[in-house]
Write a protein that binds this ligand. Structure first.
Ligand code: NAP
Length: 480
């Protein structure tokens, strides 16, 4: 690489060619990042979006490597090898249901990198003879503050999701006041450092306050709200990278960080809306601490259960079936068996659609990704608002490991923790078949009256096993 650079420099006489290459690659990379986000928003173009993002990032890295005055590539290559050795196995072998915690780890390390770059940059200044300007120092402090709190916050989120740490909210008296005082102290330190960059004794205090606030921010939040928090931490990590762009004078970092920050923020807003929760409720509501509800307290109603052969008969005789996948389908990795069932039903002329709730599963788009993996046609996937009106005409609503997203209590039980959350109207279908292993509650920890309706049949068992058995029964009666 050094040899190539030397050759480039010799040809141009100066850094001209390398700078031209870097500028061109940055412009193309920025455009690709924007297109990537656009394409990622629809299942049919998501793969293209991923590819565009990857090409953009490769160009951005190449641009950075040729442009700056890098004395040695040894540490860069070492970092690359160590990072790839840690990242590749995670990407290849980590289960899809563990993606939220994997994402939390990525944010933690991205934010740590931003905080470390900011710290190194600060200590490289000759603070007495040539201190940074207030503008640069302001961005640098924000970079370190956001990077530090996102680092520890994301590690805590990882620990809760991986259940290394207690998933229940940990609360203490006057917690919000205490936490906000720590944040306030961090902001005051940042402002003072912006005005007096040479007060270097204050810099470690800013760092300690930032990382402490990251821990305090996450401990009162229940494991259940972690996916939303992760989207928010994603936003902070992006903003931190954007600030780093101002400090390093890298326009591409400013653009990429801003895109990351804005998309993470929008995603967390979408998730809050889909759960009918406010930001403050997610961040300060200690949701999941007292998971009791009127539904859980009442006397238990009897449920009707059925076997796979009976369900196969009911499905085979239907004209319109709406499948409602949820977290249980992801846990069971049942998507390929769902595809087999879909094939058997469509072969019989049954009209099968999939109803997608925005927060079904444990991360946004969880169901879309799994169904796309099983190659179920995109046009069969219908968003909640578009399909809810179709349930009264639907013969069978087949609920596969979904629970909270079909709980009618969200519509009428004001004491329920999910009251107000928009749900899929499975209870309006002529017949409901619900697949799960037991009568255990879902994520919100509450009972579901859908399972005790007169027109509901429970098909108990692991989703993969029972769907496979149902598809086999249908194949048998289809003559295969
Ligand atoms: P859910 O309410 O968590 O229910 C999942 C159900 O799947 C459970 O009742 C469980 O019952 C069943 N299950 C688990 N493993 C199974 C298996 N191997 N086979 C068959 N069934 C299995 O799931 P959901 O309806 O998808 O709702 C998602 C919840 O997550 C919502 O409360 C949402 O607010 C929350 N959330 C989602 C996101 C997101 O981005 N998607 C983010 C934050 C929060 P058994 O144990 O009896 O089998």
């Amino acid at each position: 690489m050094n040899a190539i650079l030397a050759a480039v420099e010799q040809t141009s006489g100066e850094h001209g060619m390398a700078t031209a290459f870097a500028t061109a690659s940055y412009v193309i990379a920025a455009a690709l990042f924007v297109l990537s986000l656009k394409w990622l928003s629809a299942p049919s173009t998501a793969r293209r979006g991923n590819l565009a993002g990857e090409i953009g990032m490769t160009l951005a890295i190449l641009g950075a490597l040729v442009q700056h005055d890098i004395i040695s590539y040894r540490w860069i290559i070492t970092g690359f090898v160590v990072g790839a050795a840690a990242g590749a196995p995670m990407a290849i072998w980590m289960r899809m249901t563990a993606v939220p915690q994997r994402t939390a780890l990525s944010h933690a390390f991205g934010a740590l990198a931003a905080a470390l770059v900011g710290t190194a940059h600060y200590y490289l200044y000759d603070l007495h003879n040539a201190p940074p300007t207030s503008v640069v120092m302001g961005f640098l402090c924000l970079e370190v503050l956001l990077g530090g709190l996102t680092f520890t916050g994301s590690l805590m989120a990882f620990g809760k999701l991986q259940e290394i740490l207690p998933t229940r909210p940990i609360v203490f008296k006057n917690q919000n006041v205490f936490n906000l005082s720590i944040l306030g102290a961090a902001i005051i330190s940042a402002v003072l450092l912006t005005i007096h960059p040479q007060w270097s004794w204050l810099f470690p205090i800013l760092l300690v306050l930032a990382v402490t606030f990251g821990v305090l921010l996450i401990i009162p939040i229940g494991g259940a709200d972690m996916p939303t928090v992760i989207a928010l931490l994603n936003s902070y990590a992006g903003l931190s990278a954007s600030m780093m762009g101002f400090v390093l004078n890298s326009k591409l970092l400013i653009i990429a960080g801003a895109l990351d920050g804005a998309s993470g923020f929008i995603l967390s807003v979408i998730m809050c809306r889909a759960m009918n929760r406010s930001f403050t409720n997610v961040l300060f509501g200690a949701f999941g601490q007292v998971q009791t509800s009127a539904a859980g307290a009442g006397e238990k109603k009897a449920v009707k259960s059925a076997q796979a052969d009976e369900v196969a008969q009911i499905l085979g005789a239907a004209q319109n079936v709406i499948v409602i996948p949820g977290y249980g389908m992801a846990v069971a990795q049942a998507q390929h068996k769902v595809r087999e069932l879909y094939d058997q039903l469509t072969k019989r002329g049954v009209n099968v659609k999939f109803a997608i709730h925005p927060v079904a599963g444990r991360m946004p788009g969880h169901m879309n990704v799994l169904l796309a993996e099983a190659e179920i046609p995109y046009d069969r996937l219908v968003e909640m608002d578009d399909i809810n009106g179709e349930f009264p005409q639907c013969d069978v609503a087949l609920v596969i490991g979904a629970n909270d997203v079909v709980n009618p209590a969200a519509r009428h039980d004001k004491s329920s923790p999910i009251y107000g959350m928009p749900i899929l109207n499975a209870d309006k279908a002529k017949t409901v078949v619900a697949i799960k292993r037991s009568m255990n509650p879902g994520f919100a920890g509450i009972d579901n009256e859908l399972y005790t309706l007169d027109r509901t049949l429970m098909l108990f068992g692991d989703a993969k096993a029972v769907i496979s058995a149902t598809a086999r029964e249908l194949a048998g009666s289809n003559g295969h």
